[in-house]
Design a protein around this ligand. Structure first.
Ligand code: ADP
Ligand code: MG
Length: 291
């Protein structure tokens, strides 16, 4: 049976916008030693915007935007949604349904348009060496600023790149500081590139990060953290985060996250306010004292 102190902590949490799916999660939170954060949509707002477009000499910006917009308009990925919105505004002709589409989670999208095949996604997806060389390494300047670069290739190599900017949430730095004050180690886990990850981790005041994670690497990382830190939390919002949320001792979902993340998590931050994590830990420690 549930203890009165636990019940009171759960209802206290609910008033603060922290949903606990059971007393055991409060118990785990009070012993939390490390917490991993997804980047996009968790530490950041998850609403990227296209800031730059750079194309190969044999194609116009307009044609490039039409092609990449047409292919991305059938993907649900936040980067795809941002690129589609940009293309709808800037393409000279209406976007077209590609003949063939293959959405590869954690990598990008493969699509056929007007009998040509394109790859749209991260450097490793389109070919790392070609991606590095494109435009004398122009992508580096964007990733160093914490922007995400999306590469587009055809059978002749890189056609062009788009750079997208996402901003960290206004409460992110405060939330991380409060966790550090509680002696909880913080780590960022992301599928994004090394440089982008480094820049965002710095903005968020997080010292440790793991970049270029596939969904299964996120799970591996949480498992490794559990060996090092014993009781570990994971905060995320995406479908890709769900396995890692399930692996952590305490899975925490952002309220505006995808259904799968909300269902898998043990705790939900109803208002997407990361500062509530430190509050939840304090609440759990008070509850433990009473018990
Ligand atoms: P994250 O952990 O950053 O939310 P994902 O695991 O969903 O990212 O994807 C990892 C990387 O793969 C992204 O940073 C992006 O570079 C690339 N990617 C995935 N899906 C797409 C897409 N539809 N369009 C462009 N790039 C994509
Ligand atoms: Mg995310």
């Amino acid at each position: 049976s549930i203890m009165p102190a636990t019940l009171s902590a759960i209802s206290n949490g609910a008033r603060k916008g922290i949903l606990f799916k059971g007393g055991v999660h409060l118990e785990n939170l009070s012993h939390l030693q490390a917490i991993a954060f997804d980047k996009t949509g968790t530490l950041t707002k998850g609403k990227p915007e296209v800031t730059d477009v750079i194309v190969r000499e044999d194609i116009t910006q307009e044609e490039f935007i039409y092609i990449v917009g047409s292919i991305e308009s059938y993907s649900n990925h936040p980067l795809a949604q941002a690129i589609t919105a940009y293309a709808k505004k800037n393409s000279p002709k209406p976007l077209q349904r590609p003949d063939q589409l293959d959405d590869k989670a954690g990598w990008g999208v493969k699509g056929n348009l007007h009998e040509k095949e394109y790859l749209v996604g991260k450097a490793d997806f389109v070919g790392t060496d070609a991606a590095k060389l494109f435009g004398n390494g122009v992508a580096e300047t964007f990733t160093n600023e914490g922007k995400t670069v999306v590469y587009v290739s055809d059978d002749a190599g890189i056609v062009g790149i788009l750079s997208l900017k996402d901003v960290i949430r206004k409460e992110t730095v405060e939330a991380i500081k409060q966790l550090q004050a509680l002696h909880v180690q913080t780590i960022m886990i992301t599928g994004d590139s090394e440089r982008t990850a480094a820049a965002i981790a710095k903005q968020a005041a997080i010292g440790k990060y793991v970049a270029e994670c596939l969904p299964e690497t996120k799970v591996e990382t949480v498992k490794n953290l559990k060996e090092e830190y014993n009781i570990v939390g994971m905060v995320g919002d995406g479908i890709n985060d769900a396995p890692a949320l399930a692996t952590a001792n305490v899975g925490i979902a952002m309220g505006e996250g995808t259904d799968v993340a909300l269902e898998t998590a043990d705790v939900v931050l109803m208002k997407n306010d990361l500062v509530k994590i430190a509050e939840a830990i304090k609440l759990s420690k008070r509850m433990n004292k009473i018990i």
